[in-house]
Ligand binder design. Structure first.
Ligand SMILES: [Zn+2]
Length: 510
């Protein structure tokens, strides 16, 4: 990378190459910003991993759902006269009833084949010949939530013991899974709009929704290795990486300040990724410029279109706009709107409409969501000054840049050599020959470089710029620059900062 006035310190030497790489990429972005705008960013907003938490919209739904669930619970208590039971017995009873309805009175473990009795809501309420069963057994890390629970024949549950469905069914797993999936699909559920008027089993069936069915089916399919060593490590890794990136930004741009724990005005912010998608929808920032054409496409055409869209990375630019505008105030407004809706007794069915009528406006300088939408879509998708779409280059969707080699180290496949990969080698085994050695720039390279710069700095023709560059290079006092060879001729170590550090001791040894 060429040195320039606005250069930033290289990524610090961290033992974790993934984190170092992340910082390296952040650094490149900031350098691009410095070059283009000739100033430091005023404030930086970092988005944290998206999948970590529920989206804001989901937690709104959760609030309405809790209300509905309470209604269902009370209805069941009344229907089956469970009022006198102890609290935990009462809860278990209610859970058995809603599970019985969710599975259509069928025992998921045997499909009512081994034990022929149907498990009705009434039997569930009484706990007769049936009991709550974990799908992934508690003993091997299965959670206690209802999405990991079924209502099974007592006998079937005892036979299952501490096994996963996979272990239980062995070579019949596929067949049994088909049966389980059909079982959940067969149960009819009242549409959200008609919940208010539903009663008995129709009402109780709304305790769960399609997504609950799906995550339950997913639990049936889980393998032991999915369950154990489960992402606690990944989570701490992400947190660690984030902390390192924030510290780097603070050191590189704001003299070590800008973060709450380091004093001074706060300049570096983080936002939870769940807000990005929700605010994008709130402000109508969609990247689908072909929306109108998408109607009437066949399924495969639709898939091809989506495939193409995944390769179009411009929606990341829309994300970036939203991330920059996400602030604590926006989040407070969002929560405030929900509280208002709750206070006015708005139901889940009316809430979307309520949100449409009570839009959350983006912060200044935008006056409305419409204005933001127009400007953002224009900036990202249209040619400056024209109506044509901006030409876009994107990575082919199927070209993978992920894989063990990329995840674990900075080494990866060798460009232009199919099937060849770089491996890692102990630093102690390196010799100066392994490192790309800097060399003198050739005359030709120097002329090209200087001519390009001349053209950029002074508005002169290509020819004049070359002439000037040639005379500079050929003049007497000119000293050739020491440069790195181009990356495709690199040695073992491509990372420049690491290479610089290695060179010193490696030279010393030889
Ligand atoms: Zn059974």
């Amino acid at each position: 990378m060429r040195k320039h006035a606005n250069s930033l310190p290289p990524a610090p030497m961290l033992t974790n190459p993934v984190v170092r790489k992340a910082i390296h990429e952040v650094r490149r972005h900031i350098i691009a910003h410095l070059q283009k705008h000739k100033c430091k960013p005023d404030r930086i907003v970092v988005e944290l991993a998206r999948e970590a938490k529920m989206s804001a919209k989901d937690s709104d739904k959760a609030l309405f759902r809790n209300r509905l669930r309470n209604r269902i619970k009370n209805d069941i208590i009344e229907e089956f006269k469970l009022g006198d039971l102890k609290q935990n017995q009462q809860r278990a009873s209610v859970e058995r009833v809603v599970l019985a309805v969710q599975q259509g009175s069928i025992c998921p473990l045997c499909g009512n084949q081994r034990v022929k009795t149907a498990i009705t809501p009434l039997m569930g309420a009484k706990g007769e010949d049936c009991e709550l069963a974990h799908i992934i057994p508690r003993g091997i890390g299965g959670p206690n939530g209802l999405n990991n629970m079924v209502l099974a024949h007592t006998k079937c549950n005892r036979d299952m013991g501490r096994r996963t469905p996979r272990d239980l069914w062995g070579e019949n797993f596929e067949t049994e899974m088909n049966r389980v999936e059909r079982m959940y699909a067969d149960v009819e559920r009242v549409d959200r709009k008609h919940v208010d008027k539903a009663s008995e089993a129709k009402l109780w069936g709304c305790y769960f929704d399609k997504r609950d069915d799906d995550s339950k089916v997913a639990n049936f399919k889980k393998e032991l290795r999915d369950i154990q060593g489960f992402s606690e490590r990944d989570l701490t890794d992400t947190r660690y990486a984030t902390r390192q990136v924030l510290a780097y930004l603070s050191d590189a741009l704001f003299d070590g300040k800008g973060l709450p724990e380091r004093g001074g005005e706060r300049l570096i912010f983080t936002t939870d990724g769940r807000w990005t998608g929700d605010l994008r929808r709130e402000w109508g920032l969609f990247n689908d410029s072909h929306k109108s054409k998408s109607k009437g496409l066949s399924e495969s055409e639709e898939r091809a279109r989506r495939e193409k869209k995944r390769g179009d990375h411009r929606h990341h630019a829309l994300d970036a706009i939203v991330i920059a505008l996400t602030s604590r105030q926006m989040q407070l407004k969002w929560d405030q709107r929900l509280k208002t809706a709750d206070a006015r007794g708005i139901t889940a069915e009316q809430y979307d409409e309520f949100c449409r009528q009570n839009r959350i406006n983006p912060p200044a300088p935008f006056k409305s969501a419409d204005e933001l939408q127009e400007k953002a879509l224009h900036a990202v998708y249209e040619q400056p000054g024209g109506n044509q779409e901006r030409p876009v280059s994107h990575r082919a969707v199927k070209r993978k840049i992920v894989g063990a080699l990329h995840e674990e180290t900075l080494f990866g496949p060798i460009a232009k050599s199919n099937g060849l990969y770089k491996g890692s080698k102990s630093v102690l085994m390196l010799t100066p020959n392994h490192l790309r050695q800097a060399r003198r720039e050739t005359e030709k390279e120097a002329i090209e470089r200087l001519a390009r710069r001349r053209q950029l700095m002074a508005e002169v023709s290509e020819k004049d710029a070359r002439k000037w560059a040639t005379s500079t290079v050929k003049s007497k006092g000119y000293k050739p620059k020491i440069v790195d060879p181009p990356p495709d001729k690199s040695g073992l170590v491509r990372d420049r900062a690491l290479r610089d550090r290695l060179r010193v001791p490696a030279r010393g040894q030889s």
